[in-house]
Design a protein around this ligand. Structure first.
Ligand SMILES: Nc1ncnc2c1ncn2[C@@H]1O[C@H](COP(=O)(O)OP(=O)(O)OP(=O)(O)O)[C@@H](O)[C@H]1O
Length: 259
C-alpha cells in the first residue's frame, strides 16, 4: 500500500505513436514522489512523443497511465493542470512579458475566476524566482534573456504551478556545460527538497547518470528503467548506440569516441 502511496506516476504496458504508426511499445515504469528521472534514447525514438503522451497532450495507442493513482483520461483539464506542469521545446510563449509576469502565469490553475493573485500565489511566485536564481532578472522582458536564462524562467513557471509532477522536454538543450549542470542541480534540489517528481528528456546521458535517481532508456521495445548504476551493471548503455563510433565506459559512466 505504502509503495502505491509514494508513487506519483505509473505507466503500464504503454504504446505511443500517431494515428498511422506505433513508435514505441512495452513502456512500463513508476516514479516515486520526490525523484528526478531522465528519459534517454537515440534521435527520433519517441522521447518527446512519450512526454507529450504522459502529459495528456497526445492520445496513447494502448496501455495505462496513472497520475497520483488516477487514470490520466479521467482527469479534467483543470485537475490535470493541478497534477502536472510541462515545459516543451516548441512552446509558444509571449516573450514580451517580464520574467515575473511569465512565472505568474504558472499560477493560473490555482487563481479564482478573476485571475487575481492571492498572498499564497505571490509567495509561490517569489519562491520560484528565488529557487531559479532570477531575482536580478525579474523585471526584464523575456526577449532580453539568454537561452539559458529563459530556460530557467520556463522551469520556474512550471515550479510556480506547484504540481507534484513536472515534465520537461530537453531542459538543458542549447546550454553550455556549466549551465547544463546548474539546471540539473536545481532540478535535483527541487525534487529532493520540495518533494517534486521531475521527468525530463535529454541527450546528456553522462550528466543524467550522475544526477538522476532513475532513468528510462527508450529503445522502442524493451525500454529498461531503473537506477543509473543498475542500468550500467546490466550493460544497457553499451548497446544504446551503434558500437562502431562510441563505446560506453562503465567505470566512469561516460561514452568515449572509438579511435
Ligand atoms: N505528428 C507526427 N506524425 C507522425 N509522426 C511523427 C509526428 N511527430 C513526430 N513523429 C515521428 O515520431 C518519431 C518520434 O519523434 P520524437 O520527436 O518523439 O522523437 P525524440 O526521441 O524526441 O527525437 P529527438 O531526440 O530527435 O528530439 C519520429 O520518427 C518522428 O518523425
Amino acid at each position: 500500500m505504502d509503495v502505491i502511496k509514494n508513487q506519483i506516476l505509473n505507466v503500464d504496458n504503454l504504446s505511443i505513436g500517431y494515428p498511422s504508426i506505433t513508435i514505441a511499445k512495452n513502456i512500463s515504469f513508476s516514479l516515486e514522489k520526490g525523484s528526478l528521472c531522465a528519459i534517454v534514447g537515440i534521435n527520433g525514438v519517441g522521447k518527446s512523443t512519450l512526454l507529450r503522451t504522459l502529459g495528456g497532450l497526445q492520445a496513447k495507442k494502448s496501455g495505462e497511465i496513472e497520475i497520483d493513482n488516477q487514470k490520466l483520461e479521467s482527469l479534467s483539464t483543470l485537475q490535470l493542470a493541478q497534477k502536472r506542469s510541462m515545459v516543451l521545446t516548441e512552446q509558444t510563449t509571449s516573450k514580451n512579458l517580464t520574467v515575473q509576469e511569465l512565472i505568474a502565469l504558472g499560477r493560473q490553475p490555482h487563481t479564482n475566476w478573476l485571475g487575481r493573485l492571492s498572498t499564497n500565489d505571490k509567495k509561490r511566485i517569489q519562491q520560484s524566482i528565488r529557487t531559479f536564481l532570477l531575482d536580478k532578472l525579474r523585471y526584464r522582458k523575456c526577449h532580453e534573456l539568454s537561452d539559458g536564462q529563459f530556460q530557467r524562467v520556463l522551469i520556474a513557471r512550471a515550479m510556480a504551478q506547484d504540481t507534484p509532477l513536472i515534465l520537461l522536454d530537453e531542459p538543458t538543450t542549447h546550454l553550455d556545460l556549466h549551465h547544463k549542470v546548474q539546471i540539473l542541480k536545481l532540478l535535483q534540489q527541487l525534487a529532493h527538497e520540495q518533494n517534486k517528481t521531475i521527468l525530463f528528456t535529454t541527450h546528456e546521458i553522462d550528466l543524467a547518470i550522475q544526477t538522476c535517481d532513475s532513468m528510462l532508456i527508450l529503445d522502442g521495445n524493451q525500454n529498461p528503467f531503473g537506477e543509473p548504476c543498475q542500468l550500467i551493471e546490466e550493460k544497457h548503455f553499451n548497446t544504446l548506440f551503434p558500437s562502431d563510433m562510441v563505446q560506453f565506459d562503465a567505470t566512469t559512466g561516460t561514452y568515449k569516441v572509438k579511435k
